[in-house]
Write a protein that binds this ligand. Structure first.
Ligand SMILES: CC(C)(COP(=O)(O)OP(=O)(O)OC[C@H]1O[C@@H](n2cnc3c(N)ncnc32)[C@H](O)[C@@H]1OP(=O)(O)O)[C@@H](O)C(=O)NCCC(=O)NCCS
Length: 424
């Protein structure tokens, strides 16, 4: 079966997390992703958070599946010639260098477009044009600048960053959509374009509902926030909402059986209006179905603490999985707080390819997260990440059509480091 992006060549000039997330997905959809790395050094994450000395880290291997690696010094004159040939050959150049780095190498958008008018050049930066455009940015900076941190955490605590990497992986996903959209447009125009995504903008896009609440504040207190029922006045900005539901249906994280020793013995519990009567019966408060102050959703908003404390008395008598089993048949929306250990042991996720076991010549078998987007006519086969420079020679020869003598000359110039043969 063919893959959706078969025939599309990606010059992958990305590093760390945001850019690699994007090109990995393009690789999963069948694009030929050529990761260009600094000779002898490579993507810094290869050697970050190392768990097995000498082997590429999980940080790197889990973000760089389905790619080929080529070592190339893009500041060396011969290296620049090779890069120019790569630009001519590829459909997309993806990069997430610090602002200005590509220009300093001599490959501005204007130059890239001149070399290959069909190429799409896709970039991630921390901020869009403006006073912060020159800043280097990492995940948590983006979470803070994009409005996520100020709206995450409890009202009486500091802002919090989230475990989900919305700044890096979230931006990579946005960039991916920009790239395939630009490829689609190129089908009609024959011309490439620039695709730019700022990490601040991506986080803000994901925090869209909090900008919604910022404007709703002008009309009065946000009644679905717990602080409304607690009588705590609202300030000028969207506050931190703890574990309140982000939508119109009140919800909380509640303790379950075993919470005293298990940090993940919790469930999310939503008191959706449509199932309120079933909730009342389940927790042993049938009178709340008709009692004044409890019967309708608006009446309940100033009693959320009382209601959830009562529900928690019930959830604490059950495990989070028993709660799933009891509530789901009643259509009461609940969700167990799953630990990474529990997720890693979930056979169902392996069956769908969302989790995969990958073999690696340096580190042996490891678990990775597969492609979360399932295309019925473009199946994903997760391949291990490449070793540094593993494909340098094959790309010079097969993609760029250099002769053996030319490869020798390029090698002697110091542009590609030591030429390696592909690992078995
Ligand atoms: C992530 C980030 C902070 C890392 O910064 P950094 O480690 O200093 O890396 P830089 O991107 O500045 O690149 C460092 C240098 O390596 C050079 N370099 C990279 N690949 C090279 C290669 N193959 N050959 C030669 N030089 C290379 C760059 O040109 C740059 O040189 P310069 O500073 O002299 O211009 C920065 O790249 C950034 O802000 N990126 C955009 C936002 C982003 O994606 N952040 C999230 C990352 S998960």
């Amino acid at each position: 079966m063919t893959k959706a992006l078969e025939g599309v060549k990606i010059l992958d000039f990305t590093h760390v997390q945001s850019g690699p997330t994007c090109t990995q997905i393009l690789g999963w959809f069948g694009a030929d992703v050529i990761k260009v790395e600094r000779p002898g050094v490579g993507d810094a994450t290869r050697k970050q958070l190392v768990d097995k000395p000498g082997a590429d880290s999980l940080y790197f291997t889990m973000l760089n599946h389905n790619k080929r690696s080529m070592e190339l010094n893009s500041k060396n004159e011969t290296g620049k010639e090779v890069l120019t040939r790569l630009i001519k050959e590829c459909d997309v150049l993806v990069e997430n260098f610090a602002p200005g780095a590509l220009d300093r190498m001599g490959f501005s958008w204007e130059r890239v477009h001149e070399i290959n008018p069909r190429i799409i050049m896709a970039s991630i930066k921390g901020f869009g044009p403006g006073k912060y455009e020159d800043c280097k940015v990492y995940e948590n900076v983006a979470q803070c600048a994009g409005g996520s941190a100020s709206t995450t955490g409890f009202l009486d605590g500091p802002p919090l960053v989230t475990g989900a990497q919305i700044g890096d992986s979230g931006t990579g996903l946005h960039l991916c959509l920009g790239i395939v959209t630009a490829l689609f447009q190129r089908e009609k125009t024959g011309v490439g374009q620039r695709v730019s995504v700022a990490m601040q903008d991506s986080v803000l896009n994901l925090a869209r509902v909090k900008m919604r609440d910022q404007q709703r504040l002008e009309a009065g207190p946000l009644k679905e926030y717990s602080q409304f029922g607690e009588g705590i006045p609202f300030g000028e900005a969207t506050p931190r909402a703890g574990n309140d539901s982000g939508g119109g249906q009140p919800g909380r994280i509640l303790k379950c059986k075993g919470w005293e020793t298990d940090p993940n013995a919790y469930t999310y519990f939503i008191i959706q209006a449509a199932v309120w009567e079933k909730v009342c019966d389940l927790i042993g408060e049938p009178n709340w179905k008709t009692d004044t102050g409890f019967a309708t959703p608006p009446e309940r908003l100033d009693k959320l603490n009382q209601i959830f404390e009562r529900i928690e008395q019930w959830t604490m008598t059950k495990t989070k999985f028993e709660i799933m089993d009891l509530c789901n048949p009643l259509d009461i929306p609940v969700g167990p707080i799953l630990s990474m250990k529990e997720i890693a042991e979930d056979e169902g996720l392996y069956a769908t390819g969302t989790l995969v076991k990958v073999d690696h010549p340096e580190r042996g078998e490891y678990i990775s997260v597969g492609c979360p987007i399932k295309l019925s006519a473009s199946p994903v086969e997760v391949e291990r990440s490449p070793l540094l420079g593993e494909h340098t020679e094959e790309i010079l020869r097969d993609v760029l059509k250099y002769s053996d003598e030319e490869i020798q000359t390029i090698s002697e110039s110091g542009a590609i480091g030591e030429v390696r043969k592909a690992a078995e």
